[in-house]
Design a protein around this ligand. Structure first.
Ligand code: SF4
Length: 463
């Protein structure tokens, strides 16, 4: 397949020098160095690995409950064992369901078949025929785990899922995830690595793709084709289908859109579902509630309450949704820092928006500035229904004098969400401006925050 050769050829050409830096280019990939694996140890480690995948309780161990399975696995003769022997030793285990007994009996049978066929020689253990057997032992959707485990046990087997993803982007111009499990099965990747003609072994090809995809970041190799491909700085970009083709927007899954930076407003509900749901039950709940008519902004208390009643027991869906809202709300917030120059009423609005927009009561705050109109501090003056008697000039200016402020700005909120100044607001402001002139601390502005809007007295020429 030409596209496969191109990918590996380009990797070798541009990144070949990195190969020698990693331990995988040493003993592990040469057949001469391969040593037979220890059956007892491998069998026990296999059981340790697959029992949680079969949902066997962690209270059952090789010392209690599963003793006969662990011991029997080592004693059974791989050439002559009988299925009823396996079932008998599983029958002696306490705490396994019928289903688990059946699954484990199948796994033991396949393991013994592998032992018989390969004598646990690592070179034979990584052939496609034998890998097919390993994949039978690991339950549904865990075939990549089988490869990773084999690699940890010393078998030089191609196992880089992200390398496969990188190859797929390069040669197919899309992501494999949206295809069926059958296509994204590691079998396909092992075949690709075996068919390439650039590297000596399939394992070497896989390791190079792993480095390229960023899997060896901790070892000092910065990959470029990881979760967020850095196509601009990739030396393969002129040949890469992902980069040269635009991709079909209609067909793109949400993950592909994120990676290609193609998220549009209409994708937000889909993005929320992707971000929030980690299991099918939660996805189902979101399916009916997150849609284009329910933008993030519209997730008010009432709506959240409804979702709370629908979310699966123990789910944190609603809290995660609230967290997402808070993140978005705070994304552009840049708080004024001491001695930062105030340049417009908008700065004040941005600074106070999050704090005041959700307040149920009116709150009156003053921002104190130095003689260059730089931010010095802010002080709460009062909270509650505002009227002339509650916002007293004495308190406003006492604080300003204490901070040696040269000017001040008043800020308050309207819980109704309407930022239009009331008659009372106009009267209070007039009074404060008068006193400010008398004490030599001018009131530069009065900003009213109402929901996501604001009014500035200075901008409107009301001062
Ligand atoms: S151009 Fe982008 S997608 Fe293609 S191989 Fe390079 S990093 Fe990966």
């Amino acid at each position: 397949m030409s596209e496969q050769s191109d990918y590996f050829q380009l990797l070798q050409k541009n990144h070949g020098s990195q190969q020698g830096k990693h331990f995988w280019s040493g003993d592990r990939v040469t057949s001469a160095a391969a040593k037979l694996l220890n059956r007892k140890s491998l069998g026990e480690k296999l059981l340790d690995r697959i029992l949680p995948l079969y949902e066997v309780s962690s209270e059952l161990t090789k010392y209690s409950g599963l003793q006969s399975l662990y011991e029997g696995l080592n004693l059974l003769n791989p050439q002559y064992f009988r299925q009823d022997e396996v079932l008998r030793l599983l029958g002696k285990c306490h705490g396994l369901s019928n289903q688990q007994q059946k699954q484990l009996a199948g796994a033991v049978k396949v393991f013994l078949e592998i032992v018989n066929k390969t004598n646990l020689n690592p070179i034979q253990l990584n052939t496609l025929e034998i890998l097919g057997l390993w994949w039978q032992i690991f339950p549904e959707k865990k075939p990549w785990d089988a490869l990773k485990w084999l690699w940890q046990e010393g078998v030089a087997v191609p196992h880089s899922q992200s390398g496969f993803r990188s190859w797929w982007r390069f040669s197919q111009g899309s992501l494999p995830e949206k295809k069926s499990d059958e296509i994204f099965h590691p079998k396909k990747w092992v075949e690709i690595c075996e068919q390439q003609t650039v590297f000596e072994t399939a394992f070497e090809a896989d390791r190079m793709a792993a480095v390229f995809s960023g899997e060896w970041r901790q070892a000092g190799s910065q990959g470029v084709c990881g979760d967020l491909p850095d196509c601009e700085n990739c030396k393969l970009n002129t040949d890469c289908l992902w980069q040269t083709g635009q991709g079909n927007q209609e067909m793109m899954g949400i993950e592909e859109k994120i990676q290609r930076k193609k998220i549009k407003t209409e994708d937000v509900p889909e993005l929320m579902k992707w971000l929030l749901s980690s299991n099918p039950e939660e996805s189902n709940v979101l399916e009916g509630t997150v849609n284009k008519d329910a933008p993030l902004k519209g997730w008010n208390r009432e709506r959240l309450k409804k979702l709370e009643n629908l979310q699966p027991i123990g789910s944190k869906l609603i809290i995660r949704l609230e967290a997402l809202r808070e993140l978005c709300r705070n994304y552009s917030v840049e708080k004024l820092k001491p001695f930062q120059q105030f340049s417009s009423s908008r700065d004040i609005f941005i600074h106070f928006h999050q704090q005041l927009a959700k307040q149920k009561q009116e709150q009156f705050i003053i921002v104190l500035l130095d003689n260059k109109h730089r931010y010095l501090a802010e002080e709460d003056v009062t909270k509650g229904i505002l009227n002339k008697s509650l916002v007293h000039p004495r308190e406003v200016f006492a604080s300003a004098i204490e901070h040696r402020a040269a000017a001040l700005i008043c800020v308050h909120n309207h819980p109704s969400g309407d930022p239009e100044p009331s008659q009372e607001d106009l009267r209070i402001t007039e009074r404060l401006v008068e006193v400010g002139k008398l004490v030599g601390i001018p009131v530069l502005d009065h900003v009213i925050v109402g929901g996501d809007e604001y009014t500035s007295f200075a901008d409107r020429g009301l001062l």
